[in-house]
Design a protein around this ligand. Structure first.
Ligand SMILES: [Zn+2]
Length: 298
């Protein structure tokens, strides 16, 4: 396992000055009273009503930006490294620096070992990934920006033209010297044959998974594509992210800054619930297929 480290610029709700989602804009009977958002998570609302609110927010939208985080992949067996059982409880994120990877062969050997024993390798997309791909097929999306490095959106059938993997992809490998990208399976075969720190066969350089490490910039091409989507989206659907990792979280916030609706599907609160038009507190694999069904009917 080689999780992406948190950004140095990580800030929470306190730093943004935004209030937490505590006000009750919905009555005990469940009728929406407030103009923008629904409170949730206190047992007063049934999920079906909240999904209706989400459907209303997205009903006439055809350029929806879907922004996903670790929560969309937990049902595929990939642990959320920020959650209660998170990997950061077992690994020190400060260990995962680019400089250390380049300069410490023992660290690279350890990293390759974790990579080829990773739960990523056996993970399959779940119903939430498939629902996102379906929304794309329905002509509803401008694209998907993900913080995840597991490659599961692509595995669910989402084409590369519709997908931005902001923090990279753990299934891709690149030489840091010449840029050569050997197939993952070739490097895995060499590792299994005893190459504990497999080098680039083109130039002898250091190979590395295409995952953004601590101390590395986000890939410029991915960042540009993500911003283009955000600047042209007519709504944003956040799935499985607490919106607490920056600069990634600026992408969905750009959409709300332009006055477009934001629907959040997440287990538990996020740092930007106050900006949401509708909040659905639930598992992505349950909520997203329902949402796609209802949008298809509309
Ligand atoms: Zn090379």
């Amino acid at each position: 396992m080689e999780p992406r480290p948190p950004s140095r610029e990580h800030v929470g709700a306190a730093a943004t000055g935004l209030p937490r989602s505590t006000d009750a804009s919905v009555t005990q009977e469940g009728a929406p009273q407030g103009p923008r958002r629904l409170a949730y998570g206190d047992g007063r609302l049934n999920t079906g009503l909240v999904i209706e609110q989400a459907v209303q927010a997205l009903a006439d939208r055809t350029q929806i930006l879907v922004f996903t985080g670790a929560g969309i992949s937990t049902e595929s067996g990939i642990p959320d490294y920020r959650g209660p059982q998170g990997l950061w409880k077992r690994f020190d994120p400060g260990d995962y620096t680019y400089d250390r990877y380049v300069n410490d062969p023992a660290f690279r050997i350890d990293t390759w070992g974790k990579r080829f024993h990773s739960p990523f390798l056996d993970a399959e997309p779940n119903d939430a990934h498939r629902a996102v791909a379906r929304l794309r097929e329905m002509g509803r999306l401008i694209g998907v920006v993900t913080q995840n490095i597991d490659g599961l959106h692509a595995a669910a059938g989402l084409g590369p033209e519709s997908l931005v993997e902001l923090h990279g992809n753990a299934r891709r490998i690149q030489c840091i010297a010449c840029g050569n990208e050997p197939p993952f399976s070739d490097v895995e075969d060499r590792w299994e044959s005893g190459a504990v720190d497999p080098e680039c066969l083109e130039c002898g350089g250091i190979l590395k998974t295409r995952v953004v490490y601590f101390g590395e910039q986000l890939p410029p091409d991915a960042t540009i594509r993500a911003w283009n989507m955000a600047e042209n989206a007519d709504a944003v659907l956040v799935v499985g992210s607490t919106l607490s990792v920056y600069p990634a979280a600026f992408i969905p916030l750009e959409v709300t800054d332009r006055g477009q609706p934001m629907v959040i599907v997440n287990r538990g609160p996020t740092d930007h619930d106050a900006r949401a038009t509708a909040l659905v507190d639930g598992d992505a694999g349950t909520v997203l297929p329902q949402l796609a069904d209802l949008l298809a009917q509309g």
